[in-house]
Ligand binder design. Structure first.
Ligand code: SF4
Length: 349
């Protein structure tokens, strides 16, 4: 019904201005519409009371404003909330709201349905890639979570490899950064990649965002096993791209390191990690592997984590131990989807 119309949430601020100029409208109309959509959460043109009736009618003939409601919300004892959204074609994606200190919250969002990269520690990888998310489907995760309270930071760490959906992710970033919309500064948004090197370089050329690299291993042999993408872009190439990634003063690249018992949690690994990150303004997040059904991998011994972290700290590295939040609600990405789809067959598209 709405397919021939333009979803305004798919448009970057520039594209919105262009769309409106096609209707003979001035640039300030784009600012008004951005405020209605993203600051006030309006999804109907009728509510845009500072636009003339004729303009509202014209808009509703050519455009619409999508919105998403979670089909399922799981709340954890530590305040983490996980949302599962069913998309127009019946596919599902999820987002996680993670409470931070002093009433702040971070939202972890998805960029694809499933993922093509097949990392062995990740449940999403086992589904394969279904499709890319549209920009609107990315920003609608933020709109939905904001209805439950403010979101201070956004991380692209949910389902999917954001750089495998580069154009739509850049469009979503431009929407999130729009002054008259959400107005997130680039310092409040982090994009996490498994290491698609050419796209990392392109991202750095085109837009500012905090970069996180899902590293998880310190040798090509182990990383090839855990993350097949490493066979295309081995550690040396990945690290070269990190060294060249443009950083603002005081900005660091975050390296995510999921610690897996007996696989990557030895002191020899810590030693290699220090070498790999030499010369990079880096921050290391150590995350214990969250054991889940269907995976033979195990979490690390607490002493191994402590020894690993101490080794890094003693060498003046920034190494933060992250509790996996939401332990009781399917915390690893893809687990909620996995559970839901086992319970009920996917709806026919
Ligand atoms: S960890 Fe990320 S890149 Fe790897 S399979 Fe999962 S979603 Fe894809």
């Amino acid at each position: 019904m709405t397919n021939h119309k333009t979803d305004l949430k798919n448009l970057t601020p520039d594209a919105l201005r262009e769309f409106l100029s096609g209707l003979g409208k001035e640039d300030f109309r784009a600012r008004q519409i951005l405020r209605w959509i993203y600051q006030r959460g309006v999804t109907s043109f009728d509510e845009m009371t500072d636009l003339s009736k004729d303009f509202r009618r014209e808009l509703s003939e050519r455009a619409w404003i999508s919105s998403m409601q979670p089909e399922l919300t799981e709340a954890s004892g530590d305040g983490t909330r996980k949302y599962l959204f069913r998309l127009e074609d019946g596919q599902t994606v999820e987002s996680v709201r993670i409470p931070m200190e002093s009433e702040r919250a971070t939202l972890c969002i998805s960029s694809q349905v499933g993922c093509a990269l097949g990392c062995s520690f990740c449940l999403t990888g086992t589904f394969g890639l279904m499709r890319n998310l549209e920009p609107a489907e990315i920003v609608n995760q933020v709109c939905a979570a904001m209805r439950e309270g403010p979101i201070n930071n956004i991380v692209f760490m949910g389902m999917g490899e954001p750089l495998h959906n580069l154009e739509n992710v850049i469009a979503a970033l431009e929407i999130l950064y729009a002054r008259d919309g959400f107005d997130y500064g680039p310092r409040r948004v982090t994009l996490s990649t498994a290491g698609l090197v050419p796209e990392m370089r392109e991202l750095g050329r085109r837009i500012r965002v905090n970069l996180a690299v899902s590293l998880n291993a310190t040798s090509d042999a182990v990383r090839n096993q855990l993350m097949p993408v490493n066979r295309r872009f081995p550690l040396a190439e990945l690290m070269a791209a990190c060294r060249e990634f443009p950083l603002a003063p005081r900005q660091r690249i975050t390296f995510e390191y999921i610690m897996i018992g007996g696989v990557n949690d030895s002191i020899a690994d810590a030693r290699r990690l220090v070498k790999l990150l030499h010369g990079i303004r880096a921050k290391v997040n150590l995350i214990p592997f969250n054991e889940h059904e269907g995976s033979a991998l195990r979490g690390p011994a607490p002493e191994a984590m402590t020894a690993f972290q101490t080794y890094l700290l003693d060498r003046d590295m920034v190494a933060i131990r992250r509790a996996s939040k939401g332990q009781d609600i399917s915390a690893a990405c893809g687990q909620l989807k996995g559970r839901l789809e086992r319970q009920q067959p996917a709806l026919p598209a």
